[in-house]
Design a protein. Structure first.
Length: 91
């Protein structure tokens, strides 16, 4: 049950896209730091990337849920189908 819900949230916010963007962020970080930054800085940059993308994608899904419900291409997403509640996405 718990793993199913985690998978639903990961699909909702397209977590696989976040993982895909990770190498680009790491290369940008290495370039900006002129090498490898301190471990603490590296850690917080990765956390910021994951948090920002996840939050932005969740907010986008929440704001667009009524539009997604009307569009045949997006009507099968989690919020229009009621798989995930708006309050859960907001939290």
């Amino acid at each position: 049950m718990v793993f199913k819900k985690i998978k639903q949230y990961a699909d909702l916010v397209m977590f696989s896209h976040t993982l895909f963007s990770m190498p680009f962020a790491i290369v940008s970080m290495l370039w900006a730091a002129n090498g490898l930054p301190k471990t603490r800085v590296f850690f917080w940059i990765i956390i910021a990337l994951i948090g920002a993308r996840t939050g932005a994608n969740a907010l986008n899904r929440l704001v667009d849920k009524d539009i997604d419900a009307k569009n045949p291409r997006t009507a099968g997403r989690h919020l229009p189908l009621g798989i995930v509640k708006s309050s859960e996405v907001f939290l």
